[in-house]
Ligand binder design. Structure first.
Ligand code: ACM
Length: 384
């Protein structure tokens, strides 16, 4: 008789703490896909059942809960983590038990684990494009402000390296703030920004503190038309926290914005908004959690199991028509081919897309072959 047992998967995101707003969107992207899969008959008649814990935005809690999911709840696959510090905490756990982690967030690259599938942007899919865009439109003098942990340090290293190759480039400062930085913490930095007069600010501030940075910038009276903030993490979700008046004119580089013009995206957003519990603002991580769950379910169908030795060959090389476009899991490095885009925040709290790749860019997490211009950009229709 066919096995009709439910399939348990781990869902491990920050539901409380400084990253919880974005964590909520990651949970809801995963649950939307699970709902779609279950409504369509599950995986060969087997329902996916999420086993969900709150990581409290704390790496040590992530490690404990990842082990609990594996040892007590007996899951083979965990969908989880936003901050790179949390992925670094879960990595040794999934390697120790030989289980799989699907990681949906953009990150600093320079990592590979046979036990992780990375579906957010690697630096050659967001940082290269952002540096190219900002330096050609505003100039190559950059002021870096980040949260105090691994992703900002490493992302700043990459953006420094890319920027400092260019003529007349200058890194005027590299400052770090605590994860729960207040507007007052950023006000002091704005005084320094005024003195140093960069061409743009590169922000690697994450979570709830993001709104405080942009508010301090606005209160200091700076003008995004001449010295904007550029980011890889500021999404529609953070804009909803700070207000569109504060965000307007600042830039983000990401493979997905709600404003992506595709049928797959329109359908996905509509299905999400029809749900009674749709309480978050969709963003790049929401989309990544959504499509990675479908990739998992399709691979499970082909493998008949989510035990790593059986499912991994069916995940690697697999493709899915995601809201951003057709994505593919690279079989050599476990990262994903994605569509780089640059968006400028508009008065509606959305991004106007000012550049977008006309083909997917293969992931190069170690930045071995990257170069400016290696994404075929569509021509700008909005003045950039
Ligand atoms: C991040 O920590 N990967 C945003």
């Amino acid at each position: 008789m066919a096995n009709k047992d439910p399939i348990r998967v781990g869902i491990l995101y920050p539901e409380t703490g400084v990253i919880s707003t974005i964590g909520c969107s990651q949970i809801q992207g995963s649950l939307l896909a699970i709902d779609e899969i279950n409504q369509a008959g599950g995986i060969d008649g087997r329902e996916i059942v999420p086993v969900r814990y709150d990581s409290r935005s704390t790496p040590a809690v992530y490690a404990t809960l990842a082990e609990r999911l594996i040892v007590e709840d007996k899951v083979n696959v965990i969908f989880g983590c936003y901050m790179s510090s949390s992925r670094k905490a879960v990595l040794p756990i999934v390697e120790k038990w030989n289980k799989l982690l699907f990681y949906s967030t953009l990150y600093e690259g320079f990592e590979f684990s046979n036990n992780i599938i990375y579906t957010g942007a690697a630096p050659n899919q967001n940082s290269v494009q952002l540096v190219e865009f900002m330096t050609s439109n505003f100039g190559a003098s950059v002021y870096m402000i980040g949260s105090n942990y691994i992703y900002p340090y490493e992302s700043n290293r990459i953006v420094s390296d890319l920027t400092l190759k260019l003529p007349n480039s200058r890194k005027v400062a590299e400052r770090y703030v605590k994860l729960d930085a207040s507007e007052k913490d950023f006000q002091k930095i704005m005084t320094d920004v005024r003195n140093k007069q960069p061409d743009f600010i590169f922000s690697t501030v994450v979570g709830d503190a993001t709104a405080n940075l942009y508010r301090a910038y606005a209160d200091a009276g700076f003008d995004p038309a001449t010295m904007p903030i550029a980011s890889l993490t500021t999404s529609e979700t953070e804009i909803s926290q700070m207000g569109s008046d504060v965000a307007k004119g600042h830039f983000t580089s990401a493979p997905y914005f709600q404003s992506v013009n595709s049928d797959a995206n329109a359908r996905c957003l509509e299905r999400y908004r029809r749900q009674s519990n749709a309480i978050c603002v969709p963003n790049m991580c929401w989309e990544s959690t959504y499509f990675q769950m479908h990739i998992y379910a399709n691979a499970f169908r082909r493998a008949g199991s989510d035990e790593i030795g059986r499912i991994l060959p069916h995940i690697l090389g697999s493709e899915f028509d995601a809201p951003q476009g057709r994505v593919r899991i690279d079989p050599t490095n476990h990262h994903t081919s994605l569509y780089p885009r640059i968006g400028v925040a508009n008065a509606e709290g959305q991004f106007t897309i000012v550049r977008e790749a006309t083909r997917p860019v293969q992931p190069d997490p170690y930045m071995v072959t990257h170069s400016f211009g290696d994404w075929t950009q569509s021509p700008s229709s909005v003045g950039w």
